[in-house]
Design a protein around this ligand. Sequence first.
Ligand code: KG4
Ligand code: ZN
Length: 342
Amino acid sequence: MKILGIESSCDETSAAVVDDGAKLLSNVVASQIEIHKEYGGVVPEIAARNHIEAIIPVINKALTEAKCSWDDIDAIAVTRGPGLSGALLIGTLTARTLALAKKKPLYGVNHVEGHVYANWLIEPKPEFPVLALICSGLHTELVLFKNHGEHQMLGHTRDDAVGEAFDKVARIIGLPYPGGPAIQAAAKAGDPHAFKFPVAKLDTPYEFSFSGLKTAVLRQVQSLCGKDYDFPSFNLAELLSESQRNDLAASFQYGAVKTLVDKTMLAHKEFQPKTVIIGGGVAASAELRRQLTEALPIEINYAPISLCTDNAAMIATLGYYESQRREPDDPNTLKIDPSLSL
Ligand code: KG4
Ligand code: ZN
């Protein structure tokens, strides 16, 4: 069963064709990162406008690269949330129109769950129960999947998502958007133990909090620069030396990742899953992979980076598993849900 996946929840326009939820035939991603870089983050209206321009060429390219015509496509899966409303509307309206015009079943799926399903595109396939650490620009969650479509939320972030913290800290120390890859690059030349940033102490074991860590970095930068609260924070970065910037990047990255790994370890101990998987843009982090591999007693398989950041292959894969257990959505009425939860 060949599924065309469509993803447009944030700043990537993507289309992919996946066979039987396992075989990747194409995965085309048009990234808007260069456009949003100038503003230091994603501008929703600009994202929506660029999705409009990119979406049809991206879908055509995905079909061509998969060597498929519309006759070969059995169903369409599209992200219906969570994400930016305008961006989600472009993807879902395109998918609804195509489903009606080409007479294909349509499945509206959850973007965050999609990040988890990227792991069904690699071998060996995850075995239930699966413990998933989902960490992206909008989400930080530990979820236990007992089967397809059957999951238990163990905990999520109370404030900033971990990816959001990477992006905000990058801005404070003068690194470009998106913060994750920029901090990873700077951290290579820095000392992860140069600064000790506080870890949020929460009374619930699987919840996260990253806003205190972000503020601690800001306070450290103010102190290094000899400036206080009155000094504009966006002017601090230029006062930092290269080595201070690298040490700040390395120490923040080490601390943020350690929190993710400590909580994943705790959940692994309590729930004894057969497989642990990570998903979402922050799953691309080399430091996260290093710390997790070192700490976990079981082997962990990592998806390639192209399947960790936003992509439609994960949406097509999740669409396949949904098609095995439920009726399709009505293309006349499928709605977006910008705050859709798992
Ligand atoms: O999943 P994603 O592509 O988009 C959302 O659904 O949010 O995640 C984007 C996030 C950004 O915050 C970005 O800084 C982060 O993933 N990211 C990383 C790395 N690569 C991307 N964070 C840490 N280390 C990385 N190597
Ligand atoms: Zn995402």
